[in-house]
Design a protein around this ligand. Structure first.
Ligand code: J2J
Length: 546
């Protein structure tokens, strides 16, 4: 399997001195996620680790499932360092499969349930994944059929594994002996904490997906510190209502934070207020994470019809896209819980407003970095620091911010400076009290309801439409979604322009995830041009602003 093993060239480590300092100061604790679960199972095995709409698992059961599942994967020939795509919606089996991969030292690639052919094929190629674990069933959609198709197309991808409530048990009943998994055998060393634990996905990338290698050490540090900042404990119940594999839901402090704290993870696939409110009541949820549009739906519903049964809810986190102050201010009166703003990125840096912050900070800022070792720089276009309080491009470095993408020198060249700063695509200002305000974005992605998409990717798909001669996609402000996607189309023949429905259907058939489809289409004869004669996105944006 040497062709697929992770080698040191695949991810760019922190400089030796920094790494040593993070370790000796205890930021990096030398614990893997597999060990974390084993510890919790040993200490408090009978406590509830996870529950979804259908079943619940104690820590011991989750640990056992993960071990049996890991044995099954090992018997298929999956080895430490192999990439394995994971596409499971918010169900208990997401955790069984995730921890099986952690335990084995295989590297889960965190796909979203909404990904379709275009995304999964590109991710399979970029990660050279050897297997994909998907949900055994979906509503009106077969994860298994799509995964089989990808397997036929991508040579490295050898296995499709359908995970359901009975998968782990079936694997263990097949008589597998998994006692040796912890033993450092020559052919199968125990995963080390410095190794890559998982690959997250960067939102809104074009072409080759940007895969984000996070090590056990750095990721678990971000989780532990998030647990402290957010005050999670054994009595916390974290509700995953955004996709479980998203960095926010998984780690800020999210699912992994709840398990680190010894609390319970509740998972639901239905974010609608009627279903989610009932599940909060049933599970005694204390904290959950929302994107602004979903928060607005919950708040509107609660303001209109009340929200009985949410008494246990203490904290509602909002992140992924900028939360308007007006919305943050309505959370507590409507839902009876404190609002916490979270400004984070799968590449690393996470900022939180603190739970005891005064109203003007909690409502009016996106918080401050969680770690005293996070470094922030706000610079102009020439990488020169701006004056204190002025806005500029945010660069960051620190104990849990990556130094490079997985096998992607071109993206690394663009996104990292020579001395290791990650260039976020965000324009921020830092207030005298240290809190950040996100004022805009330099990168060209569209942030639609917290899901990022690349205009170029959508354009490339739509250009294949026979009635499209040229197309430009831009984000436009939307009260509900934050931004929605508008495409300007130059039709190939003046009298036969494609309709919005045509374009959406075409892009969907091309295998694009639903959130990337255009919300609006405008037909133009030609694009406005910049001084050098290129089509001007800025002018098109100005047209949309009116
Ligand atoms: C404005 N923009 C925000 C916010 C993210 C916690 C929370 C979110 C993410 C996430 C995450 C924003 N206000 N509060 O990984 O651990 C935009 C910025 C940022 C990009 C990162 C986490 N919170 N954003 O959203 O990798 O533009 O991570 O650079 O998906 O989302 O997107 P992503």
């Amino acid at each position: 399997m040497s062709h697929s093993a992770l080698t040191s060239g695949d991810f760019i480590p922190w400089p030796t001195e920094e790494a040593a300092s993070y370790r000796s100061s205890g930021y990096w604790a030398g614990i893997t996620f597999g060990e974390l679960l084993a510890r919790r199972a040993a200490e408090s095995g009978d406590r509830c680790a996870a529950r979804d709409q259908n079943r619940s698992l104690t820590y011991r059961q989750l640990d056992d499932s993960a071990s049996s599942f890991a044995t099954g994967l090992r018997d298929l020939g999956i080895r430490p360092g192999d990439r394995v795509m994971l596409q499971i919606p918010n169900r208990a089996e997401f955790l069984e499969a995730l921890f099986a991969l952690f335990r084995l030292g295989a590297v889960p690639v965190m796909c979203l349930p909404a990904h379709r052919h275009a995304e999964l094929a590109a991710i399979a190629e970029a990660s050279s994944a050897v297997a994909i674990v998907v949900a055994q069933d979906g509503v009106g959609f077969s994860y298994v059929d799509l995964a089989q198709r990808i397997r036929r197309e991508v040579p490295t991808l050898r296995h499709v594994i359908a995970a359901g409530p009975a998968t782990a048990r079936a694997l263990s009943e097949a008589g597998a002996d998994f006692g040796d998994l912890y033993l450092p055998a020559v052919e199968q060393p125990a995963p080390s904490a410095g190794a890559v634990a998982l690959l997250q996905l960067s939102g809104g990338s074009t072409g080759i997906p940007k895969l984000i290698p996070r090590t056990h050490d750095d990721y678990l540090y971000s989780v532990r510190r998030s647990v402290e900042v957010c005050g999670l404990s054994e009595s916390s119940v974290y509700l995953a209502v955004l996709p479980a594999s998203h960095n926010f839901t998984l780690s800020s402090p999210g699912i992994l934070g709840a398990l680190w704290a010894g609390g319970t993870v509740a998972l639901t696939e239905d974010p609608s207020p009627s279903s989610a409110f009932a599940f909060i009541k049933e599970t005694g949820t204390t904290i959950t994470a929302l994107v602004p549009p979903l928060a607005r739906v919950w708040v509107n519903t609660a303001e209109r019809s009340g929200a009985p049964g949410l008494e246990t809810l203490e904290v509602v986190q909002i992140g992924g896209a900028r939360c308007p102050g007006e919305l943050a201010a309505r959370i507590r009166p409507a839902l009876g819980a404190r609002a916490q703003q979270v400004f984070g990125m799968a590449e690393g840096l996470v900022c939180y407003t603190r739970l005891d912050d005064p109203e003007d900070i909690a409502v009016g800022t996106q918080g401050r970095p969680m770690s005293d070792r996070d470094e922030l720089l706000v610079v102009d276009e020439h990488d020169r620091p701006v004056e204190a309080g002025a806005s500029g491009h945010l660069l960051t470095r620190g104990p849990y911010t990556i130094r490079g993408y997985f096998r992607n020198p071109a993206a690394n060249h663009r996104s990292f400076t020579a001395d290791g700063w990650y260039r976020t695509s965000d324009i921020v200002s830092v207030r005298p009290d240290g809190n950040l305000v996100v004022v805009g974005r330099a990168g060209d992605f569209i942030n639609r309801s917290g899901e990022k998409l690349s205009p170029e990717e959508l354009e490339q798909h739509l250009l294949r439409h026979p009635l499209v001669d040229d197309v430009i996609a831009v984000g436009m402000a939307d009260e509900m979604l934050g931004e929605r996607t508008c495409v300007f189309v130059v039709p190939s023949a003046a009298d036969t322009a494609p309709s919005l429905t045509d374009l959406r259907t075409f892009a969907r058939q091309n295998g694009l995830a639903d959130w990337k489809l255009p919300d609006e289409a405008r037909v133009v004869r030609e694009f406005p041009k910049t001084k050098v004669g290129k089509a001007s996105r800025a002018d098109l944006r100005a047209i949309l602003r009116g």
